[in-house]
Design a protein around this ligand. Structure first.
Ligand code: GAR
Length: 222
């Protein structure tokens, strides 16, 4: 095995996805090491999780920059100083500018709590509820110049139940986020990901079939 993939995690909030990646790196399901955690929010739970995990972390507060490009520059400096090979956005609530994209081409991933391309942007669990979709889910994708538009690596489908509210649906989706994000990162670390146009191809030798799901379920067959 070569050396471990050098990962940076960027997070603005509580950091449960960060935690799943910390755990994956420490239990060996991800052949990687988190070399730095960066937050734009000084109060982010993600920073406390990094501290607890003994992981280098810093806050780059976007409010101290008048231009987004200057904030991006500061983040890029922190990433390049740490020889980062993969940038993982985990609940990072800032748009990534062109300079940032050009610094890490094909090396920035994001997780989004909906089944893209449905419901890009913010408050998407509530939007799926309001729309009345029978399923939502989560998507790990590469980041490109649009909002939640990059090539999709893996998705998990989650049913929406009649008595769901934003909190219950978000929790059901998060549970799946914690499974698919570490897996996507591990595929990247293994070099199993190739791009064919917009289509991401995973060369991991798995021939498992994926079952269709129906919600509400059909009546049981007699
Ligand atoms: C997650 O649900 C993630 O998908 C979402 O923020 C939450 C962060 O939770 N990301 C976005 O909405 C990105 N636009 P966490 O801080 O517990 O990982």
């Amino acid at each position: 095995m070569g050396s471990k993939l050098r990962i940076a995690v960027l997070a603005s909030g509580g950091g449960t996805n960060l935690q799943s990646i910390i755990d994956g790196c420490s239990n060996g399901t991800i052949d990687g090491q988190i070399v730095t955690v960066i937050s734009n929010n000084p109060d982010a739970g993600a920073l406390a999780r990094a501290a607890n995990g003994g992981i280098a972390h810093q806050c780059i507060d976007h409010r101290q920059f008048t231009k987004r490009d200057d904030f991006d520059r500061a983040v890029i400096v922190a990433l390049t100083e740490n020889n980062v090979e993969l940038v993982v956005l985990a609940g990072f609530m800032r748009i990534i500018g062109d300079r940032f994209l050009e610094a890490f081409p094909g090396r920035i991933m994001n997780i989004h709590p909906a089944l893209l391309p449905a419901f890009p942007g913010l408050h998407v669990q509530q939007k799926a509820l309001d729309y009345g979709t029978r399923f939502s889910g989560c998507t790990v994708h590469f980041v490109d110049g649009g909002v939640d538009t990059g090539p999709i690596i893996i998705q998990a489908v989650v049913p929406i139940l009649d008595n769901d509210n934003e909190a219950t649906l978000s929790a059901r989706i998060l549970e799946q986020e914690h499974k698919i994000y570490p897996q996507a990162i591990q595929w990247f670390a293994q070099g199993s990901i190739t791009l064919n146009g917009r289509r991401v191809v995973i060369n991991n030798g798995s021939e498992k079939e994926v079952a269709a799901q129906i919600n509400p379920p059909l009546p049981d067959e007699q």
